[in-house]
Design a protein around this ligand. Structure first.
Ligand code: PMP
Length: 434
C-alpha cells in the first residue's frame, strides 16, 4: 500500500491517543512506520528515525530483538492462548517463579495486560483485602500530585495530572492528594503530609500509591529515594499498604531492576508492564506479598473476583521470560550503569549552554530538560519535536518537557547520535533556526 493511502485511511478512521484529532487531520504528516529494528523506526518514505523513547517506554531491548521474536513465534506454534480459569501453563508458572526470585519479599503474581490494569488490580486487591480482613473503612488511597497510574477509572482516580482526570471528575473516587516529592518544597514537605494523613486517618487509608523515584508522565519529575523509604516506614507504622507502580521505572529503567531496590524498599504490591514484555505483547503483572495473598483465603466469597481474557497469555508470558533471560545474558543493568553518566552529563551540558533550557535531570536511562514552565498542553516541546524529526529523531515531548527514555541496550554510537540530535534540535529551536 502506498504511504499516502495509509495516511488517508488513517485520517478517515483511526482515532489516536492523546491527540487533538482535528488538528492532526488538518496538519500532521504522521510517521508511517513500516519496520523497526534495534533503536530505529523506518518510515515508508525510507527515512530512519532514532526512537528516543522506546515507543512509549516499552522497547527497552530495542525493537525486534531476535531472541524475543524467536520466543514469541515458538510459543505461537504450540499454545498462543488459553485462559487461566482452572488452567495453567508452563510460561505463566515459570515466569511467576522467575519474577518473585527477582523481587524478594513478594511471592504471588497476578497477570493482566497493560500498565493500567496492573494498577487496577493493585487498587482492588488493597480495597478488598481491608474489606474482608477487619478494616472495612479502609477505602481511600493517598496519591501524589503529578502521579500517573493509567487510564481506567480506578487508575485515573489515583492519578494526579489534571489534564488526564479533570473532565472525568464526577466519575472518579475520592483520594487524598499530597504534594509531589519532586516539587521545589522538597520530599520532606510531601512526606509530612503523607505522615499526617496516615496518623489522622489510620482507619481510612487502604494504601499509599506512588511511582518510585520518577513521576514519568508528569514530565520525568525525579525525587529522592529517601521519600520512598520514609513512606514505607510510615505505612508500616499504621499497618497499611504501599503500592509501587513500576510500570515505567521497573525493568532497569533507573539502573536497578526495580526503582524500589534503589530505595531499599519492599512494597506490598508491585505493578509491572511495558518493558516486561519488551514491546512484543501487551502484558502486565501485579506482584503481591504472601500476606496480601493470604487475605483472600478462607472461602469462595473471599476470592478476588477479577480477571481479563488475556490474563497470563502464553505469548506474553513466554516473551517476558525471554526478556528476563536477555537482561541476564546481555548484562542490561550493567549497560545502564555504564551509559547513564553520559546521559546525565549531556543533559546538564544542554541546560548550561542553551538559552531557555532548564532543570536538567537524569536517572539511569532517562534524561530530561524543560523549556519554560508551560505544563502538559504547552507547545515548546513540539517545536523541538519538529526540529528533531528533521534530524532523524522521534522525540515525542510531554508539553514543555523534552526527554529521552531509549532502549536500555542502545548501542553506544546510537546513544551518541541521540544525545547530539537532542542538543542540535534544542539549539535550533533556541536560535530560531529550526
Ligand atoms: N503507570 C505508569 C507509571 C505509567 O507510566 C503508565 C503509562 N504511561 C501506566 C501506569 C499505564 O500503562 P498502560 O499505558 O500500559 O496502560
Amino acid at each position: 500500500m502506498e504511504r499516502a493511502d495509509i495516511v488517508t485511511l488513517d485520517k478517515r478512521h483511526v482515532w489516536h491517543p492523546y491527540t487533538a484529532m482535528d488538528e492532526y487531520i488538518a496538519k500532521t504528516d504522521p510517521l508511517v512506520v513500516v519496520r523497526a529494528e534495534g533503536p530505529y523506526l523506518y518510515d515508508a518514505d525510507g527515512t530512519r528515525y532514532l526512537d528516543a523513547n522506546g515507543s512509549w517506554w516499552v522497547s527497552t531491548l530495542g525493537h525486534r530483538h531476535p531472541r524475543l521474536v524467536r520466543a514469541l513465534t515458538e510459543q505461537a506454534g504450540s499454545l498462543p492462548h488459553t485462559s487461566l480459569a482452572g488452567v495453567t501453563h508452563e510460561p505463566a508458572a515459570r515466569l511467576a517463579q522467575e519474577l518473585v526470585a527477582l523481587a524478594p519479599g513478594l511471592s504471588r503474581v497476578f497477570y493482566s495486560d497493560n500498565g493500567s490494569t496492573a494498577v487496577e488490580v493493585a487498587i482492588k486487591m488493597a480495597a478488598q483485602y481491608w474489606a474482608q480482613n477487619g478494616r472495612p473503612r479502609r477505602t481511600r488511597f493517598i496519591t501524589l500530585s503529578g502521579a500517573f497510574h493509567g487510564e481506567t477509572i480506578g487508575a485515573t482516580s489515583v492519578g494526579g495530572v489534571e489534564v488526564f482526570r479533570d473532565v472525568f471528575g464526577p466519575l472518579l473516587f475520592d483520594v487524598v492528594h499530597v504534594p509531589s516529592p519532586a516539587e521545589p518544597a522538597g520530599w520532606e514537605h510531601a512526606f509530612a503530609r503523607v505522615e499526617a494523613t496516615l496518623r489522622e486517618h489510620p482507619d481510612e487509608i487502604a494504601a499509599v500509591i506512588l511511582e518510585p523515584l520518577i513521576q514519568g508522565a508528569a514530565g520525568m519529575q525525579m525525587y529522592a529515594p529517601a521519600f520512598v523509604r520514609a513512606v514505607r516506614e510510615a505505612t508500616r507504622a499504621v499497618d497499611t499498604f504501599l503500592i509501587a507502580d513500576e510500570v515505567f521505572t521497573g525493568m532497569g529503567r533507573t539502573g536497578a531492576r526495580f526503582a524500589c531496590d534503589l530505595a531499599g524498599v519492599v512494597p506490598d504490591l508491585l505493578c509491572l508492564a511495558k518493558a516486561l514484555s519488551g514491546g512484543l505483547m501487551p502484558f502486565a503483572a501485579t506482584l503481591a506479598t504472601e500476606r496480601v495473598f493470604s487475605g483472600f483465603g478462607g472461602g469462595r466469597e473471599r476470592a478476588l473476583y477479577y480477571g481479563h481474557s488475556y490474563c497470563g497469555n502464553p505469548l506474553g508470558a513466554a516473551v517476558a521470560r525471554e526478556v528476563l533471560a536477555v537482561y541476564r545474558d546481555e548484562d542490561v543493568l550493567g549497560q545502564v550503569a555504564r551509559k547513564a553518566p553520559k546521559v546525565k552529563a549531556a543533559f546538564e551540558r544542554m541546560a548550561s549552554t542553551i538559552p531557555g533550557v532548564t532543570r536538567p535531570r537524569a536517572l539511569g536511562m532517562v534524561g530530561a530538560v524543560d523549556l519554560g514552565s508551560g505544563g502538559y498542553l504547552a507547545s515548546g516541546g513540539w517545536r523541538v519535536y519538529e526540529a528533531a524529526r528533521r534530524r532523524g529523531l522521534y522525540l515525542r515531548p510531554m508539553g514543555d518537557t523534552v526527554y529521552i527514555a531509549p532502549a536500555l541496550n542502545i548501542p553506544d554510537a546510537a546513544l551518541d547520535e541521540l544525545l547530539a540530535g537532542v542538543e542540535a534540535s534544542l539549539l535550533a529551536v533556541a536560535s530560531g533556526r529550526t
